[in-house]
Design a protein. Structure first.
Length: 80
């Protein structure tokens, strides 16, 4: 969810991922992993990306929290 919102907003603004990574002071490869949902960014990184993309930080943090909770439920289910 977070990754899709970030990617969609970036595309809507007509930016490329290098621009966002540069402006947010994030490694390009790490930013790419964030957009593809391969990593869960820290709250600080989400805040930097949200600022660059002019996104609502509360919405992104709420989505991130929900993704982490789902991940924990999935891991617990797999362990049973």
């Amino acid at each position: 969810m977070v990754a899709r919102k970030i990617a969609a907003r970036r595309k809507y603004l007509g930016l490329n991922s290098d621009d966002v990574a540069h402006d947010a002071l994030i490694n390009r490869s790490h930013y790419s992993d964030i957009e593809r949902g391969k990593v869960m960014p820290s709250q600080f990184t989400i805040m930097k990306i949200a600022t660059v993309l002019n996104l609502n930080l509360v919405d992104l943090l709420t989505d991130a929290y929900e993704e982490v909770q789902q991940f924990i439920r999935d891991v617990q289910t797999d362990e049973q």
